[in-house]
Every structure is written in structure tokens, then in C-alpha cells.
Ligand binder design. Structure first.
Ligand code: HEM
Length: 347
């Protein structure tokens, strides 16, 4: 049976799906456990590096190495360094290790997969985004967009940095996911479903994250002494634009959250994706709780880190759920893969 025949029969909804009926590329195949584990490990390690990056911003340590990059204060060895220098230097060293780990993952993925494997595409994207991340980080330091800098261009750089960070996590999550999949990991053996709505859901979450990085910059530059003072700052005509747009972040968070819940309830609430879908909704609820605690406690550094960790986990879970629901092996019938938005289509 050809790939095309399987596709047509599957669309008619009457394909008895067996491994023997699948083209070679869609058949069950186990990758080396080593490369799968390594891919998930690189993803977790990157989350840790990102959280440390947030400590750099929240503690105003971005200028801990002066305006020097890659050297720190113009030298390699630091004699009696300040705490800001230690924080910034740690971020540079751990980011360097992330870069090496990324290159190792790239090589290992190519060595252990066949041509047209989807993990190859995503690992290349992850490598490009890692270099981009390093470039944006270096520019922040070299152009002095750190510590107490209040320029509008710093906000632009930080937004780009956060967007790049989330895209990098997405590329790594897709890589690890496709390496771990038993079926449907080759171009030509998968079909893409409901790409439009799923992309809007992911993009909306990305925007929530970017608006959050601006709220975080506002909290760092203009710390408030009480909740009342923080709310007054938000709505005072005398405040800078960074504080006056702070309300946008929770508002976008609720809008995007409502959209994601709608997507999940209509596409992934039953069938084999149910537990992951419930996990995403749980993480979303937790993120709201953390957001309110963040505001009430006046965004202490530890709370910012926990809120960012929540955002990263929510994002990764959402990306994996999207991959599971929207990129499925050709010939997957509703009973096996569950068609997303089947109810909506038939209306
Ligand atoms: C979908 C839900 C949400 C997501 C994905 C999200 C994500 C984020 C992200 C990525 C940051 C930037 C952290 C950094 O750069 O260090 C942030 C900051 C922030 N968010 Fe949220 N957020 C969500 C909901 C909320 C809600 C509902 C509130 C408040 C009611 C809130 C309050 C804050 C505050 C005050 C900050 C600045 C302080 C900090 O960095 O923690 N967030 N958020």
C-alpha cells in the first residue's frame, strides 16, 4: 500500500491501522535511548540557564563584567570579584556549556537518525536560536542595556531575548519529542492538522511571555514600596510607559489562557493526550496563582524566578501537546490519534 493510499483511506476514516500497513518511515522504530535522554537533559539544562539569566536581570548584575564580552572586566581571571561579577560570570560560563551541549546534541541527532527525520529540522533550529541567544545577550552587555539603563531600546532587546528564549525551548522540546516518538517522526510520514489555530495559541502565549519580560523590567527599574504604591504607579500619568503598560501582561495572560483552554477542551480533552492536556490546564492555573502572589509580594527575586519557571514549564508542555495533537502519523484514525476539532469541522 502506498503512502498516498493510506492517506486517502485514513481520511475516509476506515483504515485498520497496523504497522505493516504503514510505509517504512512511519513504522515503529526505537531510537537510541542515549540521544533521547540527552535531548531532554539539554532542554532541562537550558531552562536552568534561563532562570539564572533572570537572576542576572532581577539583581541588576548585567554590568557585573563591565561592558566587556566575552572577557569579564577585560580579563579571564577575577581577583576578589563583586557579587554582581560572580552572578554575571556564572551566567556566561553556564551559557557557554549550553552552547557546547547544543552542538553535541546536533551531532548526535544527525549521527543517530535518518535523512528527513523531523528531529533534524528542529535541532538545526535550536542550534541557530542558541547562537542568536548568545548574540542578543552579548549585545545587551556591549551596548550597555543592563543594570539601571531605562532606554526604550533595552525593552526592545529584552523582548527579543525572551521571544528567542521561548522559541529555543520550543525547538528543543520538538527535538526531544520527535526523538522519543515511536511513530510519525519522518517528513512525508506525518500529516499536519489544525496548524492555524494551534499557531495562534502558541503565538498568544509567546506574547504573554514578552509582555511579562517588560513587566519584570518595570519591577526591576522602579521597585514599589507597597501594593498600593505599585497600583498607583501603574495608573499614574506621571509614570513612565513601562509602568503604564504593566496591566497589559495579566490581561493578555487571561485572554491567551481562555483561548488555550478552549483549544484544549475542543481538541485534546479526551483520548491519549488527556493527561498532558490536564497538565497544561493545571500549569496555567498555577501560573495565575504565582502571578497574583508576585504582585502581592512586590515581585521579590525568588518569586520572579518561580514565576518564570512556571512560564517555561507551561510553554514546554503546550509545545509537546501541540506536537502530539497537530503532527500525527499519516493514517492515524480518530480512535487511535483523535482528530482535533473534528466536532468543529462537521458544523
Ligand atoms: C499565561 C499566564 C502567564 C504567563 C505565561 C506569564 C509569563 C511571564 C513571564 C515570562 C514573565 C517574565 C519573567 C522574567 O523575564 O523574568 C512574567 C513576569 C511577570 N508576571 Fe506573568 N505570566 C502569566 C500570568 C500572570 C498573571 C495572571 C499575573 C498577575 C496577576 C502575572 C504577573 C507578573 C509579574 C508581576 C511579572 C514581573 C515580575 C516577574 O518577573 O515575575 N503574570 N510573566
Amino acid at each position: 500500500m502506498t503512502e498516498e493510499t493510506i492517506k486517502i483511506l485514513a481520511k475516509a476514516g476506515d483504515t485498520p491501522l497496523t504497522t505493516s500497513a504503514l510505509p517504512f518511515s512511519a513504522a515503529r522504530e526505537d531510537h537510541s535511548r542515549g540521544v533521547q535522554r540527552f535531548a531532554w537533559l539539554v532542554l532541562i539544562y537550558n531552562v536552568a540557564v534561563i532562570l539564572w539569566g533572570s537572576i542576572v536581570r532581577a539583581t541588576g548584575s548585567g554590568a557585573g563584567c563591565g561592558e566587556h564580552w566575552p572577557l569579564c572586566n577585560g580579563t579571564v581571571m577575577q581577583h576578589s570579584p563583586r557579587i554582581e561579577t560572580i552572578i554575571e560570570l556564572t551566567h556566561r560560563v553556564t551559557s557557554g556549556i549550553a552552547l557546547v551541549a547544543m552542538l553535541a546534541l546536533l551531532a548526535w541527532t544527525f549521527a543517530s537518525t535518518a535523512k528527513r527525520h523531523l528531529a533534524r529540522f528542529f535541532v538545526i533550529a535550536a542550534a541557530v536560536l542558541t547562537f542568536n541567544e548568545a548574540l542578543l545577550g552579548a549585545l545587551l552587555v556591549l551596548l550597555g542595556k543592563v543594570a539601571h539603563d531605562q532606554s526604550a531600546s533595552r525593552a526592545v532587546y529584552l523582548s527579543l531575548h525572551l521571544a528567542n528564549t521561548l522559541l529555543l525551548l520550543a525547538a528543543l522540546a520538538f527535538t526531544a519529542h520527535f526523538l522519543s516518538r515511536e511513530r510519525g517522526f519522518m517528513r512525508g510520514s506525518v500529516e499536519y492538522r489544525a496548524q492555524g489555530v494551534a499557531s495562534i495559541g502558541l503565538l498568544a502565549t509567546l506574547f504573554v511571555g514578552v509582555s511579562g519580560s517588560l513587566a519584570a523590567l518595570g519591577d526591576t527599574l522602579f521597585p514599589a514600596t507597597s501594593l498600593g504604591a505599585a497600583l498607583a504607579q501603574d495608573f499614574s500619568a506621571k509614570s513612565g510607559w513601562l509602568l503604564r503598560i504593566r496591566w497589559l501582561h495579566p490581561s493578555l495572560g487571561f485572554l491567551a489562557g481562555a483561548f488555550i483552554c478552549w483549544l484544549i477542551f475542543t481538541s485534546a480533552w479526551r483520548g491519549r493526550n488527556r493527561s498532558l492536556a490536564m497538565g497544561v490546564v493545571g500549569l496555567l492555573a498555577l501560573q495565575y496563582l504565582l502571578g497574583f502572589a508576585d504582585v502581592a509580594l512586590l515581585a521579590p527575586t525568588w518569586m520572579q524566578i518561580v514565576h518564570l519557571l512556571g512560564a517555561d514549564l507551561l510553554w514546554i508542555a503546550l509545545v509537546v501537546l501541540t506536537a502530539r495533537v497537530c503532527i500525527v502519523p499519516i493514517g492515524c484514525t480518530e480512535s487511535i490519534c483523535h482528530l482535533p476539532f473534528a466536532g468543529l469541522r462537521s458544523k
